[in-house]
Ligand binder design. Structure first.
Ligand code: TYC
Length: 118
């Protein structure tokens, strides 16, 4: 015995919703089943000791920036104190922060990289 669930409270069409034509008969446009992932900004913080060239290299290698864009972001952080390297889904942002912090530690630089929910 299948219990009735009104369409308005269901997540979206499932296999059992399809009729002989393969039409679901359930509206999907207003409530798509797939959810967009939350996005996180990855930020670099300024300090007085990390070499500019190291920060540029991080922005090129970890954040796939051109040398010109990497230099622009590095100078923005240097002058403003903080700057955005990119916006990513949680796990991508977390991995990039880890890569930056590992590289900074390996090279004994105090560079700090953080993420924040957008
Ligand atoms: N302020 C540093 C210097 O003068 C350069 C720097 C830029 C450091 C950006 C960190 O996130 C940073 N060498």
């Amino acid at each position: 015995m299948q219990s009735f669930v009104p369409p308005a409270v269901r997540a979206g069409p499932e296999d059992g919703d399809r009729d002989a034509d393969g039409q679901s008969g359930v509206a999907t446009k207003t409530r798509p089943k797939t959810k967009k992932p939350s996005l996180y900004r990855v930020l670099l913080l300024n300090d007085d000791y990390t070499p500019m060239e190291f920060v540029v290299a991080i922005l090129e290698q970890v954040f796939n920036k051109s040398r010109e864009e990497a230099t622009r972001i590095m100078l923005h952080v240097h002058n403003q104190g903080v700057g955005e390297c990119g916006v990513y889904p949680f796990e991508v942002a977390e991995t990039k922060v880890t890569h930056v912090m590992d590289a900074a530690r390996r090279n004994q630089h105090p560079l700090q990289c953080v993420m924040e929910k957008q």
